[in-house]
Design a protein around this ligand. Structure first.
Ligand code: ADP
Length: 372
């Protein structure tokens, strides 16, 4: 079965084509600058058309969808009611879900007979218990506005946790695993016997670890304090926290960890400080997640920094499990979110829809913004 995996972002569409269940990669690529000034790709419909010209005889499509809120605890086959629910999630993921949806609707229009599945970044974290996902705010903010911890990078955490179990030759339901996804965006998850029981990102991807340009955990009172001091509006504050902070903000040099390591080696103090803070925060989370799982059998590193920067991994793990009778295994596992999406799409079709058609769009959905 040929499965096309689509990651439709606001101005780009990445794709990979797999043969499943062989897990063979046939093609991959990216269409960039969608809808930007001077670009010859005006919208997602046009972008998808270009992709479909390069790949043919597709049996199914798997889409990455960033936010599934509480509506989606696992991947699903797409129909009109699923599309409507993903649309509802746009309110709490305005930067991501509309673009994901534009990809889904464009595919439904271009390939109406082909089955589509949605795989959510948040779904793996839907097993987090209430006491870990409710914030210390008036409860009405949860009941009225769905404000709670959701967590992200779920497909990556789930993939590397399962890979770890496979490598260790142990059933995942016997393992306590901490997965560290350290890329430009960074998050860490406690995977207790196959289930996410806590993760560092929150209502948005801003919470938790220090990231390339995101601040991670800060005292929330700082937000209004800085806004008053610097006379910033909400949009400017949002940019400060998401794009000007983290490694870039602390070092004043770059969000790229490779650059920072070079600079730190040649004596730059702020680069060294940024790395030290990055490492300290991860160690703190590893300690916390070891405590909530009453142990840890395995620590997994993945994504750009986690996979490639051994020096950073060594600093994170230095003496961290000294008091353990049996030190956890430390594994480096390249993440492969697209393969995970292809696997889950394949599984869904095998289980629920071995025969049958694609997505027949409601009239109103055909005119969704960005889809034409
Ligand atoms: P994203 O979250 O954008 O997918 P990546 O997983 O590509 O990010 O990670 C980017 C981070 O990984 C940067 O800080 C970069 O310096 C670091 N890095 C280190 N080695 C590599 C490498 N070989 N390729 C890509 N990124 C790397």
């Amino acid at each position: 079965m040929k499965i096309l995996v689509i990651n439709s972002g606001s101005s780009s569409i990445k794709y990979k084509l797999f043969v499943m269940p062989k897990e063979k990669l046939l093609a991959k690529g990216i269409i960039e600058h969608i809808g930007e000034k001077g670009s010859n790709v005006g919208n997602h419909y046009a972008g998808l058309k270009l992709i479909l010209n390069k790949v043919n005889s597709i049996d199914a499509i798997g889409h990455r969808v960033v936010h599934g809120a509480e509506s989606f605890k696992k991947p699903v086959l797409i129909n009109n009611s699923v599309i409507k629910k993903i649309k509802q999630c746009c309110a709490i993921a305005p930067l991501h879900n509309p673009a994901n949806l534009a990809g889904i609707i464009a595919c439904a229009r271009l390939l109406p007979g082909v089955k589509q599945a949605a795989v959510f970044d948040t779904a793996f974290h839907q097993s987090i218990p209430e006491y870990a996902y409710i914030y210390g705010l008036p409860y009405e903010f949860y009941s009225k506005f769905c404000i709670r911890k959701y967590g992200f990078h779920g497909t990556s955490h789930e993939y590397v946790a399962h890979e770890a179990a496979r490598i260790l030759k142990k059933p995942i339901n016997k393992l306590k695993i901490i997965t560290c996804h350290l890329g430009n965006g960074c998050s860490i998850t406690a995977v207790d016997r196959g289930k996410s029981i806590d993760t560092s990102m929150g209502f948005t991807p801003l919470e938790g670890l220090i990231m390339g340009t995101r601040c991670g955990d800060i005292d929330p009172a700082l937000v209004t304090y800085i806004m008053r001091k610097e006379k910033l509006d909400t949009h400017e504050m949002d940019i400060l926290l998401n794009k000007e902070s983290g490694l870039k903000g602390i070092s004043g040099i770059s969000n790229d960890m490779r650059v920072l390591e070079e600079k730190a080696k040649s004596g730059n103090k702020r680069a060294k400080l940024a790395i030290d803070i990055f490492i300290y925060r991860i160690r703190k989370y590893i300690g916390a997640y070891t405590a909530i799982m009453s142990g840890c059998d395995c620590l997994v590193f993945t994504a750009g920094i986690g996979e490639n920067q051994k020096s950073i991994r060594l600093k994170i793990t230095k003496n961290i499990f000294k008091h353990f009778k049996k030190a956890p295994k430390v594994l480096v596992i390249p993440t492969n979110e697209e393969l995970m999406i292809a696997k889950q799409t394949y599984q869904l079709i095998k289980e629920f829809s071995p025969a049958g058609g694609g997505v027949s769009l409601d009239k109103r959905l055909r005119s969704f913004p960005w889809s034409r």
